[in-house]
Structures are given as C-alpha cells and as structure tokens.
Design a protein around this ligand. Structure first.
Ligand code: DGP
Ligand code: NA
Ligand code: NA
Length: 225
C-alpha cells in the first residue's frame, strides 16, 4: 500500500488584503492559468455568500441586517468551518485550493471594527479562537498597497467596511495577524506581495512567490493555531 504521507497533495494558497487591493482579479487569473496549464485547481471565495450562513453575512455586509459584533464574527468563522472538510478533501485529492480571503480577514476586520455599536474592535484573542484548528494554508499572500495608492484606486463600494477609517484600522490589524502567523509557524507561511503597478506586474510577482507550490505539497494539511 502507498504511504499517504509520502505522496503529494494539493497546495492550499490564500490571498489576503484590504478591499480594492486587486486580490480578486489576481485570484481569478491564477486559477485560470493553473487550469490552462492542466493543473487541478479551484477557487474558494470567503465569505461564501451562497450558503445559508453566507446569506446572513451578505445581508449584514449590505447593511440589510444588523448583528452583534460577536455574533457576526462567529458567523464568518462558521462559514469557513462549513467549507473546511471540502477543502481538506480536495487537497488530499491533489487539487490546489486558492482562497480569496480566509481567517486572517476574519481577525483583522473584526478586531479593527469601528462600527455603530462598538467604538473599539473585538479583543484580538477572542477573534482568534473560533478559527482554531481550521486547515492551515501552505502560503498566504498578503497583497500590500500603501494607503495613498488604495485611496487613488476606484471608489470604494457600498458595503459596510468600505470606508477609509475602517480600512486604515484593518491595515494595522493585518500587521498584527502577520506577526501572529510568523510567531506560530515561522516566516515561510506568509508573504507580503507588492500590489502596486499593473495587473501583469503584480501577476508576475505572485507567480514568483508561489513558485513550485502548485506542483503539490508533501505532508499533512496543518492547523491554523
Ligand atoms: P469581499 O466579498 O472579499 O469583498 O469581502 C466582504 C467584506 O467582508 C470585506 O470588507 C472583508 C470583510 N470580511 C471578510 N471576511 C471577514 C471575516 O471573517 N470577518 C469580518 N468581520 N469581516 C470579513
Ligand atoms: Na469588498
Ligand atoms: Na474582492
């Protein structure tokens, strides 16, 4: 019998960043490229707004529903949990899973929160807990864009968190999240990618950062924290 620990599994690659950083464009281009190259890859969007929980999140983000900050934080996490088994299963079948956002957004946005109901965000430690032991990405690419450049890009959309104040607070929290990941897993799991320049320039940087990861990974899928 073959030893599963010595065969290659798919890579779990996560893209993170503030709103309007170009993340979703790059994720789509990466999945397209991998499919053209004949690799097995799929996109996993978070939040996944298609599930029952996702629909509640969608209503909240569009300000069609109000929710306690803790409650919505747990719903975002539950939305990841309901996809976790499928992610593990696909990775073990050799499929590369590319996620547009993940638990790191969960912490950064909730801890940053400058909402109507709370002057400060939720405590950082509280934010970490619900995502504990979710699948660990093999690599997280944080799309980094200076505040001035972000402001110059097209107008923010209409959704709840898309204000300059909220994005600035979230930017700080993402730094703390990056430090936390480095503290737990060392420096290899998180990379900052310069998101300035043309779509093609950023795409090349991403390609360089991912390297041979999409050829498969040896070893079990880890746990976040
Ligand atoms: P997007 O569909 O990528 O535009 O994300 C929707 C918004 O929700 C965006 O402003 C980021 C935010 N967000 C994503 N994941 C989470 C999460 O887990 N918790 C919180 N509080 N916000 C999140
Ligand atoms: Na958004
Ligand atoms: Na997006």
């Amino acid at each position: 019998m073959s030893d599963p620990s010595s065969s290659r599994r798919g890579a779990f690659i996560v893209f993170e960043g503030l709103d309007r950083c170009g993340k979703s464009t790059q994720v789509a281009r990466l999945v397209d490229r991998l499919e053209r190259e004949g690799q097995k890859a799929r996109l996993q969007k978070f939040p996944d707004r298609t599930t029952a929980i996702g629909k509640m999140i969608d209503a909240y983000l569009q300000s069609k529903a109000e929710m306690d900050d803790h409650a919505i934080h747990l719903l975002f996490s539950a939305n990841r949990w309901e996809c976790a088994a499928a992610i593990r299963q696909d990775l073990n079948r050799g499929i590369t899973v590319i996620a547009d956002r993940y638990a790191f957004s969960g912490i950064a946005f909730s801890a940053a929160k400058v909402s109507r109901s709370a002057e400060m965000g939720l405590p950082f430690d509280f934010c970490l807990q619900p995502d504990r032991s979710l699948p660990l990405p093999d690599l997280t690419l944080y799309m980094s864009l200076p505040q001035e450049e972000a402001t110059q890009r097209s107008q923010f959309g209409e959704e709840r968190y898309e204000t300059v104040t909220m994005q600035q607070a979230t930017r700080k929290q993402f730094r703390l999240v990056a430090e936390e990941v480095k503290k737990i897993h060392g420096g290899t799991k998180w990379i900052d990618v310069d998101a300035r320049g043309t779509i093609e320039e950023v795409e090349e940087r991403i390609k360089g950062s991912i390297g041979v990861l999409t050829d498969g990974v040896i070893g079990r899928v880890g746990e976040l924290w």
